[in-house]
Structures are given as structure tokens and as C-alpha cells.
Write a protein that binds this ligand. Structure first.
Ligand SMILES: Cc1cc2nc3c(=O)[nH]c(=O)nc-3n(C[C@H](O)[C@H](O)[C@H](O)COP(=O)(O)OP(=O)(O)OC[C@H]3O[C@@H](n4cnc5c(N)ncnc54)[C@H](O)[C@@H]3O)c2cc1C
Length: 275
């Protein structure tokens, strides 16, 4: 019988420091490539994997690279000071670690096709949104107008800076920092302050979001005036999680499992006590 908890060995082929406490890890299979499904997908945007290190444990992370890239998968990981993220942040390139997944539902990519999209994120919520944007850009004609709202505390906290620049050629990027900072000439304020820059058809628009609680509250203020209904707002949620496959019950929220029924939920399905 196959052991469902058995992870696969992968090697770290790149580590980039993106902010004082966030690093990008590029993982490759030790042998061969990641397997694609019949649509050429390795995972769905918004799905997650369990990344592990022997002796430290496993933790869930959303994949941040193109879901159609079978050569490697990128993860953007904040060091929380816990066992797994601390150990990962002390890794050297070429280390071997473990991976299992993909798990969870991910964003409903087919349903979102042909729609105008408001993608919103802040802090370290960018990985699932990043993989979705890579997918959108590859299939640009299948989507309507696309806006990325991305809020960071300071310029040093902006993640995936190179990709943000590349994305600007294909989608409208609304990047903002919380407070003025030396040398920063871009937008200042919360993402909710820039709603006037969004021009969408509310009857044909959806939103996909992932970010910290306070940002979600701010986004609610944006999405209401834009007229996007709750069943068209998809939220990628984070819960403390262990097994990732509906066995341990650590990630339950009401009667739902974040790992099996989520991590993407309709806006009216999620617990709004964000902290
Ligand atoms: C589906 C999913 C996708 C995720 N994607 C990413 C990602 O792409 N990048 C990233 O940096 N993190 C992501 N996380 C959060 C990440 O899994 C946790 O930060 C990680 O488990 C911490 O592991 P640790 O062993 O280092 O710390 P732990 O010892 O598990 O925890 C350290 C501290 O972080 C808190 N914590 C742990 N997990 C969570 C959580 N899920 N939400 C809030 N607080 C938590 C703990 O209460 C504790 O204070 C995701 C979580 C889920 C459920």
C-alpha cells in the first residue's frame, strides 16, 4: 500500500533573499521533472505543498511559480521563527529537502476565464497570486482586464520585485507601501485608497485574494463599491495545518477542512475574525 504521508526528495537549486525575513526557494526534483496533468499543469494556482526538512517537520506553502513549469517550483517563505521556516532560512543551495502535494482546491481558473479580475494581496500572501498571474499571462487572451493590488509595509518588504516589473507589461499593477519612505516615489497608503484606479465591468468581474487579515478588511471596502458579489470573491486562506490531507483536523474551520475544502473559499464562507 502506498504511504500517503511519504514525501518526495527535492533539491534546492536557488535561494534568493527578497526581504529581511522572506526568501524564495526554487525546488527541483532529484530525478526527472514534476509530472503534468492532461492540461499541462503541475498544480493549480492557489494549491499548496508540504515542504519538509528531516528532523524539523513539514509546513504548508503556496506555490509561487508558473503552474505549467515542470522544471522547478518556487516557494516564497517568511521566517516565522518556528522550526520549519527557521531551518529553511538557514539552508544552503544544493540542499536536499522534501515535498509532497499539490493539495487543496486552488482558484477556480476555468470559472475566472473571460472575466475582469481584481487580484489583491499583501505581505507574504503573494505566492498563490503570483502563480495565478503567471498562468494568466501565458493565457492572456482568456482573461479580461486584470488588476493586481499589492500592498507592502515598506519598500524593503516588496517581494518578487523583478516579476512585478515583468507583469506590468501584461496587467495593471497597483503597488503601494503603507507610509512614506526615503527614495520611494510610488503610491503611499493602503490598497483600499486606490480603488478609483480600477475600471471593471461589475457584472463580469471576480476577485481573488490572499493576504493578512487587516488587508482583507481593507479589501472588503474596495470590493463592495466595485459591486463584486461574495460568490465572485475567492479568498486563499491560511490556517495552522499539519497533514494537509484531511486526517489531523488541525486546519478545520467550522465543518470545513482548509486543506481539503480550501484553501480557497468564497468570501461569504470564511471566518472574518482574521487574527
Ligand atoms: C495553505 C497554506 C499556504 C501557506 N503558504 C505560505 C507561503 O506561501 N509562504 C509563507 O511564508 N507561509 C505560508 N503559509 C504559512 C506557513 O505554513 C506557516 O508560517 C508555517 O507553517 C510556519 O511553520 P514553522 O514550523 O516555521 O512555524 P510554527 O512553529 O508552525 O509556527 C510559528 C509561528 O507562526 C504561527 N503560524 C504557523 N502557521 C500559521 C498559519 N498558517 N497562519 C498564521 N500563523 C501561523 C504559529 O502560531 C507560531 O506563532 C501557508 C499556510 C497555509 C495553511
Amino acid at each position: 500500500m502506498q504511504n500517503i504521508y511519504l514525501p518526495e526528495k527535492v533539491k534546492v537549486i536557488k535561494i534568493e533573499t527578497h526581504s529581511p525575513d522572506v526568501k524564495l526557494f526554487r525546488l527541483q526534483k532529484v530525478k526527472g521533472k514534476f509530472s503534468q496533468d492532461k492540461n499541462g499543469m503541475i498544480f493549480g494556482p492557489g494549491q499548496f505543498f508540504l515542504v519538509g526538512m528531516w528532523g524539523y517537520g513539514e509546513a504548508p506553502f503556496g506555490a509561487a511559480s508558473s503552474p505549467e513549469n515542470s522544471s522547478y517550483i518556487d516557494f516564497v517563505i517568511r521566517n516565522t521563527g518556528g522550526d520549519v521556516t527557521s531551518a529553511l532560512h538557514h539552508l544552503d543551495k544544493k540542499a536536499e529537502i522534501t515535498l509532497r502535494g499539490p493539495y487543496g482546491n486552488g482558484f477556480p481558473v476555468k470559472f475566472l476565464g473571460k472575466k475582469d479580475l481584481v487580484l489583491a494581496t499583501g505581505g507574504c500572501g503573494i505566492p498563490p497570486i503570483a502563480s495565478f498571474i503567471e498562468y494568466i499571462i501565458k493565457h492572456r487572451k482568456n482573461f479580461g482586464k486584470v488588476y493586481l493590488l499589492y500592498g507592502a509595509k515598506t519598500p524593503q518588504d516588496i517581494l518578487l520585485k523583478d516579476r512585478l516589473k515583468a507583469w506590468e507589461k501584461h496587467i495593471k499593477v497597483i503597488l503601494t507601501i503603507d507610509k512614506p519612505a526615503p527614495g520611494w516615489t510610488g503610491r503611499v497608503g493602503f490598497v483600499s485608497d486606490f480603488v478609483k484606479e480600477i475600471e471593471i465591468d461589475p457584472n463580469n468581474a471576480c476577485a481573488a485574494m490572499c493576504g493578512p487579515g487587516p488587508m482583507m478588511n481593507a479589501l472588503e471596502k474596495i470590493l463592495r463599491p466595485l459591486g463584486i458579489s461574495d460568490r465572485r470573491i475567492f479568498v486563499n486562506t491560511e490556517r495552522k495545518m499539519q497533514c494537509g490531507i484531511g486526517k489531523c483536523q488541525h486546519c478545520t474551520t467550522g465543518e470545513k477542512y482548509t486543506c481539503l475544502d480550501g484553501p480557497v473559499f468564497y468570501f461569504d464562507e470564511i471566518d472574518k475574525n482574521w487574527d
